[in-house]
Design a protein around this ligand. Structure first.
Ligand code: PLP
Length: 395
């Protein structure tokens, strides 16, 4: 479709990345399940390698199916380019590897996806990378953490699993006035509900395992850029490290993406109802959902998000035991990690997704033992509510 960037969001979701004129009329982009590409001559091969002639070389370095997915996500995120990766963590670690050297410093949200933090503390520290994990929802903490060698600010907003929000624009300004780049993990929002480039972020990343694919059957990640130089710098690292996506995986994600906005809107409508239900429930201590007025960052949510999403954290009465009772008694909600699929998933961050963090860091980050995280799906909301009501009654 011509001028897809000028179309409305739902039209972009339906059509971005497709080009039937280039694929023998195939309406759905084909899977180019090949590891390598033939050159018509030795001269052409040399020109492809030198970059003089565009074209595919070898699937780790690019593939038409992967390119279709990258184009689609870049359009939805309002970026210029994207690099799809084998997993969300491949996207995260590629960013760290690209922008952090021995002796450089990174600032990140203290409550981010567990491995995004642990890989810095345990692995990048071995190469002399310095870091501070702070409460980025408090801008003073970000300012105070800045050092002359800060090269990267990495935020997740909403943060996993505390659902705290960080002001993207303010962090971008702090990063830029100190010569650093700002990367935003936008997994919880998907490109439908938040576009960090609107607030001057430099890199947006997603675990496509979550909303973008949305069918709980593929692992994948993506990095989106709106600056060619940053993309080229990152691409070199990604191609050499090898964390690129496989074409079949890319094709499945592209298929899932076609219903992204439908799923996101439906799950979000359900989540608002469930959050309000939980907030008034006698067995619930507190609920964190950006669409509740009680959320400390409700005003920021309205400013930088197009909707409140479908991730809810809550603490039930009775601490760990109470949480365990809920998780062991749900029937419709599935007790499993991950999020952003068509189905409702429930999990216990302290003992599951964030278990590798040390105890004090979890306490400091607000990941309490009684915190339960729920990813609301697209089921009939009355069934989700009945399921939670029933399991809460067992406390
Ligand atoms: N970022 C966030 C916010 C996540 O929730 C996850 C996974 O749960 C990741 C990154 C890592 O993604 P993946 O599991 O696809 O490697």
């Amino acid at each position: 479709m011509k001028n897809i960037r000028s179309k409305k969001l739902d039209t972009q979701v339906a059509h971005a990345g497709t080009n039937p004129d280039k694929t023998y009329g195939a309406v759905a982009p084909p899977i180019y399940q090949t590891s390598t590409f033939k050159f018509s001559s030795a001269e052409q091969g040399a020109k492809r390698f030198s970059g003089e002639e565009p074209g595919f070389i070898y699937t780790r370095l690019g593939n038409p199916t992967t390119a279709a997915l990258q184009e689609a996500v870049a359009i939805l995120e309002k970026g210029t380019d994207a690099l799809a990766t084998a997993s969300g963590m491949a996207a995260v670690s590629t960013i760290y590897m690209t922008f952090l050297d021995a002796g450089s410093h990174m600032i990140a949200s203290e409550a981010i996806y567990g491995p995004s933090r642990v890989v810095v503390e345990k692995e990048f520290s071995r190469f002399g990378v310095e870091f501070d994990f702070v409460d980025t929802s408090d801008i003073e903490e970000v300012k105070n953490a800045i050092r002359p060698n800060t090269k990267l600010i990495f935020i997740e907003t909403p943060a996993n699993p505390t659902i705290k929000l960080t002001d993207i624009k303010v962090c971008a300004d702090i990063a830029h006035s100190n010569g650093a780049v700002l990367a935003v993990d936008n997994t919880f929002m998907s490109p439908i509900l938040q576009n960090p480039f609107d607030f001057d972020a430099d890199i947006v990343l997603h675990s496509m395992t979550k909303y973008i694919n949305g069918h709980t059957d593929v692992v994948g990640g993506i990095l989106v850029f709106n600056d060619k130089n940053l993309m080229i710098r990152t691409r070199k690292v990604l191609f050499n490290l090898g964390g690129t996506i496989d074409p079949h995986q890319a094709w499945l994600v592209l298929r899932g993406l076609r219903t992204l906005s439908l799923r996101v809107y439906k799950a979000q409508a359900n989540a608002q109802i469930i959050a309000e239900f939980l907030e008034t429930h006698p067995k619930v201590e507190w609920v964190r959902y950006p669409g509740l007025k009680s959320h400390p960052h409700y005003e920021l949510a309205k400013k930088q998000m197009h909707g409140f999403g479908s991730m809810i954290s809550f603490e039930v009465k009775g601490g760990v035991e109470g949480g365990r009772t809920v998780m062991n008694n749900v029937e419709l909600a599935t007790l499993a990690v991950s999020l952003g699929g068509y189905e409702t998933l429930i999990q216990h961050p302290a003992s599951m997704t964030h278990s590798a963090m040390n105890k004090q860091d979890k306490i400091d980050a607000g990941i309490t033992d009684g915190l339960v995280r729920i990813s609301i799906g697209c089921e009939d909301v009355r069934d989700i509510q009945d399921d939670l009501e029933n399991s809460l009654s067992k406390i």
